[in-house]
Design a protein around this ligand. Structure first.
Ligand code: NAD
Length: 726
């Protein structure tokens, strides 16, 4: 055994310690699970062993399934028949159930000494033990978060949660993939005891020493067991279940097969013994594993997200950089947010603005945010003070001397940005990187103001900076490898995920995201009912309805970008019906968006927002209205197509970046795994046919690009052509 040890002490208690060599965390894969099974069987068959403690030799307990293992399971092997895959998956999972049942029905007590985070499979093994004693470290996470990546708990978690908590308490935890602190898990009865990590094994042994035979029989293995809570065979139970089901549907529009499966598995599990429940869980899990939506979600949200966080595409020749001092120019909405996240990561920040008041306002923002963090128990007083103290507001460029990176977040204006670049570079050291947080201005153009364009780069943050996990790194034509590598290091240091893109108008995220809201405005111009336009967006799985989103972003900003683009492109710019409608909203109707209280919606002070009735005067409602499904398809197709164009034009170089960026950057329908995964899921040929039809009905913007036509002709997919992590 290399991944775990089994040691029986004088007291007759065996301790199984997971400690996988060369890894920072224990994970479940076929090797570690086979060794675990062997250790369990050895302890069971040894007559001298009175009881077993399971623990870990690492700071965390077990993090769950190993990525490579999971990926291999979901992807299957080439040439394998579907029947063989189904059988293989079924056997793997039933094998785990049998192992866990051997633990659960052993005539010896098993105790999980959970010394740190235990998630997914790592927590499911604990649920199979007779007692769970968890560390009192509030940062440890316990739970079953599988739905967050498109799956559901497949090692018995659905059935044991159900039998421990009852359906109505188990369902929200399973559907939302909630992770709990040890104290929360204790309050819900998911762990039995909480203690300092150093005492866990001793306490476990103590319990084993005194436990009666009765104590290590699970409630569901005793005669007459009834699942706690509402019974689905009663009227109250039926009502509770259908209400939960309806709420779920209203939120997810049936886009998430894993969530539907959880409900069904829990419902059916209530009516049968555990063994049958586990089989039901496995059947549903295997079915889900074969659903391309689940596979795509796992690939993007789990595997490729981790790759991005490991900086898989970082230039390897450049040594890693840790930042200790940076500058931020412009202390407005974005600049103060950027300064804040950097200070939170322990970096000293010089925060510069034109006036001392403006710079102070930026610092005030940080102070307020930290205050809230303290009030909500997310930060200690001293920690909050330290964060604020790291930020030095100023109006003096000389203070930027010695900073390793300067990020400008001043007005979106070329001249202003050029001046800031020149003034900062005049005091910066030779190695320092200069980054622009522009949302629309091409980086290569902005770099013209720089005396060293090889150290000039785009770092596009999203608003609100504190919450949004993505940073889009834009490489200008002359950006050098070191500036790129350092920027990626910086993004990780502040805990965000980077994607790297090449220069283009709107870069990748704004360019593709813009097609979503533009499509909605075009629908409005066609005479589609506004409420239908909004429902279509939500049904597609977008986090926000498109017209509401225009209001949030500000219609005036959308207008301003269109005007700037028209000016830059001159004769080549073709104004659309959407441009005209947006111009009308801004210039004639003075409806600029949410901030001014008037946009596509009205925002009465005494009630919820309402679609503006005046919209029907801007565009008469068409006599025949499209179906929600048709609108949903349009939204997804237009974004997917634009993402494919970005790939063809080398704006994004890897499908994984495009999909991770879409999910993290603007919340693109997560159930698809991203816009390019969506195309592969439909199949490139059906997707091209779909776009040709849409182009005929709605205009040339839907015409597929040559790359897609070529893939379709050859029956190839985007991910197989671009072999990163496919
Ligand atoms: P903002 O108006 O809130 O802040 C801009 C700040 O820059 C102001 O405090 C202003 O006083 C300061 N400033 C202006 N000229 C300056 C100069 N010469 N020297 C120093 N400071 C100067 O704007 P914002 O929303 O924070 O946007 C800043 C940049 O970030 C823009 O380029 C914008 O396109 C980009 N951006 C904005 C968002 C967003 O959602 N708001 C998202 C991504 C990127």
């Amino acid at each position: 055994m290399t991944n775990l040890t089994l040691a029986r002490g004088e007291d007759g208690i065996a301790v199984i310690t997971w400690d996988m060599p060369g890894r920072s965390m224990n994970v479940m894969n076929d090797v570690s699970m086979a060794e675990f099974a062997a250790a369990v069987d050895q302890a069971l068959s040894d007559p001298e062993t009175k009881g077993v403690v399971i623990t870990s030799g690492k700071p965390a307990f077990i993090a769950g399934a190993d990525l490579d293992w999971l990926e291999a399971m979901l992807a299957g092997t080439a040439g394998e028949s579907k029947e063989a895959r189904v059988r293989g998956l079924f056997e793997t999972f039933m094998g785990v159930h049998r192992l866990f049942r051997r633990i659960e029905t052993a005539k010896k007590p098993f105790v999980a000494a959970i010394n740190g985070t235990a998630l997914g499979g790592g927590f499911e093994v604990c649920l199979a033990c007779h007692r769970r004693i968890a560390t009192d470290d509030p940062r440890a996470l316990l739970g079953l978060p599988e739905t967050k990546v498109g799956l559901f708990p497949g090692f018995g978690g659905t059935q044991r949660y159900l039998r421990m908590l009852g359906a109505l308490e188990a369902l929200p935890l399973l559907l939302e993939g909630t992770s709990l602190s040890p104290a929360q898990a204790l309050a819900r009865g998911l762990v039995d005891e909480v203690a300092p990590a150093a005492e866990l094994v001793a306490r476990a042994k103590e319990w084993i020493g005194v436990a009666s035979a009765e104590a290590f029989v699970k409630p569901w293995d005793k005669p007459g067991f009834v699942v706690p809570g509402a019974d689905p065979r009663t009227l109250a139970g039926v009502q509770a279940f259908s209400a939960a089901n309806a709420m779920q549907r209203a939120k997810t529009y049936g886009n998430y097969p894993g969530l539907d499966a959880i409900q069904s598995v829990v419902y059916r599990g209530m009516l049968v013994p555990l063994e049958t429940g586990l089989r039901i869980e496995t059947e549903a899990f295997v079915k889900l594993a074969l659903d391309p939506r689940a596979r795509n979600m796992v690939r993007t949200q789990f595997i490729n997200l981790q790759q991005a966080n490991k900086l898989a595409r970082r230039p390897t020749a450049v040594a890693r950089k840790r930042f200790s001092r940076i500058g931020v120019v412009g202390a407005g909405l974005m600049g103060s947010g950027i300064a804040h996240v950097a200070a939170r990561a322990g970096i000293d920040v010089v925060l510069l603005d034109v006036t001392a008041e403006a710079a102070e306002r930026g610092l005030d923002h940080i102070r307020r945010q930290q205050q809230t963090a303290v009030e909500r128990g997310r930060a200690g007083e001293a920690e909050a003070r330290a964060v604020v103290a790291r930020v030095a507001p100023t109006t003096d460029y000389v203070r930027l001397a010695g900073t390793e990176l300067v990020i400008e977040a001043v007005f979106e204006n070329r001249e202003v940005k050029a001046e800031v670049t020149r003034r900062a570079e005049a005091v910066l050291g030779r190695e320092a990187v200069f980054a622009s947080n522009t949302s629309t201005l091409p980086i290569t153009g902005l770099a013209q103001a720089s005396a060293r364009p090889e150290r000039f780069i785009g770092l596009h943050f999203f608003s609100p900076v504190e919450r949004m996990p993505l940073v889009e790194i834009i490489r200008g034509e002359r950006t050098g490898e070191e500036a790129l590598a350092w920027s990626m290091d910086f993004v990780r240091q502040i805990g965000k995920t980077p994607i790297v893109v090449n220069d283009s108008r709107g870069f990748y995220t704004s360019r593709v995201f813009g097609t979503y809201t533009r499509e909605a405005v075009l629908m409005l111009a066609e005479g589609v009912k506004p409420a239908l336009i909004e429902n279509g967006g939500k049904a597609a799985g977008m986090p926000m309805a498109p017209l509401a989103l225009c209001d949030e972003v500000a219609i005036s900003l959308i207008h301003q970008v269109a005007v700037q683009t028209a000016r830059d492109l001159g004769d080549k710019y073709r104004p659309t019906a959407a441009d005209r409608l947006v111009a009308e909203m801004v210039e004639r109707q003075n409806r600029l968006g949410r901030r001014t209280g008037k946009g596509f919606y009205d925002y009465p002070t005494d009630g919820p927002k309402r679609l503006w009735p005046g919209l029907s005067q801007l565009a008469a409602e068409a006599e025949t209205q499209p179906s929600v499904d048709e609108l949903k398809t349009r939204y997804l197709a237009i974004q997917a197509l634009e993402a494919a164009r970005c790939l063809e034009e080398n704006v994004v170089t890897e499908p994984a970046d495009a999909d991770v960026g879409a999910l993290l950057g603007w919340g693109f329908a997560p159930w698809t795994g991203g816009p390019l995964s969506y195309i592969d899921m439909l199949g490139t040929r059906p997707f091209v046919e779909l776009c040709d039809r849409l182009a005929q009905q709605h205009g040339e913007r839907f015409l597929p690009n040559p790359m897609l036509r070529d893939l379709a002709r050859r029956g190839a997919t985007i991910y197989t052509e671009h072999r990163a992590v496919a």
